[in-house]
Design a protein around this ligand. Sequence first.
Ligand SMILES: Nc1ncnc2c1ncn2[C@@H]1O[C@H](COP(=O)(O)OP(=O)(O)OP(=O)(O)O)[C@@H](O)[C@H]1O
Ligand SMILES: [Mg+2]
Length: 326
Amino acid sequence: MAEQGHGHGHHGHGGQMTPEQQMQMIQQEIRLAKNLGQIKYKIIVMSGKGGVGKSTVAANIAETLQAMGYKTGILDADIHGPNIPKMLGIDMLEEGFNQYQFEAFKAIIEDEFAKKDLTQEEQQQLIEDKKEEYKQSLFPVVTPSGLKVMSMAFLIDSLDRPIIWRGPQKTGAIKQLIADSNWGPLDFLVIDNPPGTGDEPLTVLQTIPDADLVLMVTTPNVVSQEDVLKCVKMVELMNIEKIGLIENMAYYTCPHCNEKLHIFGEGNGKKFAEEMEITYLGDLPIEESVSNAPNKEATISVLDPSDEVSKRFREIVEDIKKEFLE
Ligand SMILES: Nc1ncnc2c1ncn2[C@@H]1O[C@H](COP(=O)(O)OP(=O)(O)OP(=O)(O)O)[C@@H](O)[C@H]1O
Ligand SMILES: [Mg+2]
């Protein structure tokens, strides 16, 4: 990936691109338009701060949509800490992914062969054509529930060794991940953005300028909300007006008396959303079932639909549909 991404970094430096680099950039734009053009709704999940539950929310929303019968994909755009696959119980690194890509390509060819009676020569030609067509494609991994997943985690050979990205390589890798993921037709694509207002989340917003909705995730404490404010302003600067706020870890339900304990204060998220003039989509409790989920084969929404958090996710998805998409 790093090697493939090399060269992107020179774009934009005073128009010094070689004709070959210009051609590559145009071809990438074409792939981007083609791959994203097959997706009905794109939802970007963001947060001002790290560790507030962005990936948890993205994974649960995606699984909930898929369970509701929508064809859904999730793109893990966090290239430093890609943990969406782990949250969905997918254990796949570079070698397995390459094998998977080969199988996916083979399936396409076999499909084509089954459609018509071809001579050996025509078969060979078809293989060559398809190789060209899918040369740059990254076929997403599919979970048992049918959710399609793409992540940088599939393009590296070890999860515990840090990848050292230099600035331009980083944006190149993110763009490549978005442009080359071949989802096929989807109702929803959920994108888990890296935290904050830096280069990486900005690259995602610039690469997907027609996002239908940005979901901001925050925790109730004020420090975190000031960071969200910056994030909201960045999104508004990109002319995306549909922004929803989810307050995560808002309360803890006492297992003994069932009282809702608002550890970080109550009503902050709602008040904050009103001040920011963005849509408040509700809160989520702190729950052991959620923090445990990353070690399981799916999110809590799939594992236990009767769980309080799973119900909240279904309500949030219904609200998203009503508020933003109908
Ligand atoms: N509502 C919740 N109840 C209990 N644990 C939670 C909840 N939401 C998130 N967590 C846990 O908090 C940790 C951080 O969540 P998560 O990884 O989703 O955050 P993030 O915003 O994506 O972080 P990063 O910025 O590092 O990508 C995880 O261990 C997750 O399981
Ligand atoms: Mg995350």
